[in-house]
Design a protein around this ligand. Structure first.
Ligand SMILES: *[C@@H]1O[C@H](CO)[C@@H](O)[C@H](O)[C@H]1NC(C)=O
Ligand SMILES: *[C@@H]1O[C@H](CO)[C@@H](O)[C@H](O)[C@H]1NC(C)=O
Ligand SMILES: *[C@@H]1O[C@H](CO)[C@@H](O)[C@H](O)[C@H]1NC(C)=O
Ligand SMILES: *[C@@H]1O[C@H](CO)[C@@H](O)[C@H](O)[C@H]1NC(C)=O
Ligand SMILES: *[C@@H]1O[C@H](CO)[C@@H](O)[C@H](O)[C@H]1NC(C)=O
Ligand SMILES: *[C@@H]1O[C@H](CO)[C@@H](O)[C@H](O)[C@H]1NC(C)=O
Length: 373
């Protein structure tokens, strides 16, 4: 039965017929936005380098490094920056997606079934059109604002985007500097796909922190009022990420390094400081030379500490995906799990499971979150 469903395909007829043709890898609008972003990122990154170096040489930062990460504590600020940039280039670009019917429903996302049947990896607005979902639902309005105001995407002319307008938007990606075994945040779905960085590197546009949270807490606080998880939203430091901060690229992101560490700590509501976030990053990341099996556990707050490194393209499947990561706890032995295995076999994606014996104690917490919400 599963095989029959697989081969017939829920989606294939829609894709072959006209309303949702395979979009170009880059639309004209994406090309223009990417060009402008690259130019701005280079200028902003170069202007920010001295500030980053002086932070790396500050007494507090050096003390922190000595405490957590002795192997790199004596490196010069320039060496530390080189390590940061090098790590950022190779950190996983990860997107977690749900099995059919498993979506948290906050925004439209391609499902594990659909991703096995489409010739490209669709963004949220393409999926919303394919699923015939209203653009005023869930996080769509928040994400639309974020994509326009942070990433410079062109506004939709009407209340519902055309196919070309939707195809000019971006795919949400977590940049896995903290080496989560789940790649992305696991509550976005049971299958994480990790993109081949060398195929997408010129399409990646980077914000210093999660743009949905930033939009709700900083750009449009009035819109977070109805968020069903409001009490779990972190208090951000909005001044740490100035409204006009240009996005970065994988080559130019020095200007995001400090905002990434500072945005999640607001001294009016927490005693944590930017040094605590920096310690978390350094103890988890490959920059510190701490072995993967020795890295400390992450709590939910730091799970979400990634730079949001979105792909502004319609990248081709299956080759744009390097491998998939299946959630062992929820997929093993289930129909969805079998389907994910099939997709991976067909596309020749390696599929390492992330195991509950890993270091991220998320699932209980997330069950609690979903229940409370
Ligand atoms: C770092 O420098 C301190 C003081 O110069 C020295 O005691 C320590 O052994 C050095 N650590 C490493 C890992 O080189
Ligand atoms: C899409 O949704 C609208 C509004 O909910 C509905 O009227 C329409 O019939 C749906 N179209 C398809 C193809 O399902
Ligand atoms: C810190 O958090 C408080 C409470 O949410 C908020 O009112 C304040 O604006 C925040 N400060 C900054 C700089 O974002
Ligand atoms: C917000 O971040 C800026 C820059 O790091 C810092 O100067 C300021 O004190 C922080 N404000 C709060 C409320 O944490
Ligand atoms: C911050 O530290 C002070 C003094 O140790 C303590 O009284 C206060 O409760 C702490 N605040 C938070 C939000 O943890
Ligand atoms: C990633 O893509 C490049 C081509 O850009 C290819 O040479 C490489 O083998 C791919 N890596 C993986 C792990 O698929």
């Amino acid at each position: 039965m599963v095989a029959a469903r697989w081969w017939r395909g829920v989606f294939a007829p829609l894709v072959l017929a006209s309303p949702f043709p395979t979009p170009p890898q880059h639309t004209q609008d994406q090309v223009s936005v990417l060009e402008l972003s690259r130019a701005k990122a280079k200028a902003a990154s170069e202007a920010a380098t001295p500030q980053v170096l002086s932070f790396f040489d500050s007494v507090g930062f050096r003390e922190m490094l000595k405490g957590c990460c002795t192997e790199v504590a004596n490196l010069t600020a320039e060496e530390l920056l080189q390590r940061y940039r090098a790590e950022a280039q190779v950190a996983e670009l990860a997107h977690a997606l749900p099995a059919p019917g498993e979506s948290i429903g906050v925004f439209s996302d391609v499902t594990t079934t659909e991703v096995g049947e489409l010739p490209w990896f669709p963004n949220e607005f393409e999926v919303a059109l394919m699923h015939n979902r209203s653009m005023s639902e869930g996080a769509a309005p928040i994400n639309d604002i974020a994509q326009k105001e942070i990433f410079g995407c062109k506004p939709f002319a009407g209340p519902k985007p055309t196919w070309t307008e939707a195809s000019s938007r971006l795919i949400y990606i977590a940049h896995n500097m903290r080496r989560l075994d789940s790649g992305s945040e696991p509550f976005f779905g049971d299958l994480t796909v990790v993109f081949n960085s060398s195929r997408v590197k010129d399409s990646v546009v980077i914000a210093p922190y999660d743009t949905g949270l930033y939009t709700m807490m900083c750009l449009r606080p009035e819109m977070s009022g109805h968020h069903k998880m409001k009490k779990f939203l972190p208090h951000l430091n909005c001044s740490a990420w100035p409204v006009n901060l240009p996005v970065g690229t994988l080559d130019y992101l020095d200007h995001l390094i400090l905002p990434n560490l500072a945005a999640p700590v607001n001294s009016s509501v927490t005693n944590r400081t930017i040094l605590d976030t920096a310690r978390e990053l350094y103890t988890r990341s490959g920059m510190s030379k701490i072995d993967y099996q020795d890295v400390p556990a992450l709590d939910l707050r730091s799970l979400g500490g990634y730079m949001e490194s979105n792909i502004m393209a319609n990248p081709r499947l299956p080759e744009v995906v390097k491998f998939g990561i299946g959630n062992f706890d929820t997929l093993f032995g289930t129909k969805d799990g079998q389907e994910v295995r099939k997709i991976s076999q067909r596309f020749k994606w390696p599929l390492p499971p992330w195991l509950q014996s890993g270091m991220v104690p998320t699932i209980d917490w997330l069950d609690a979150l979903m229940t409370v919400a």
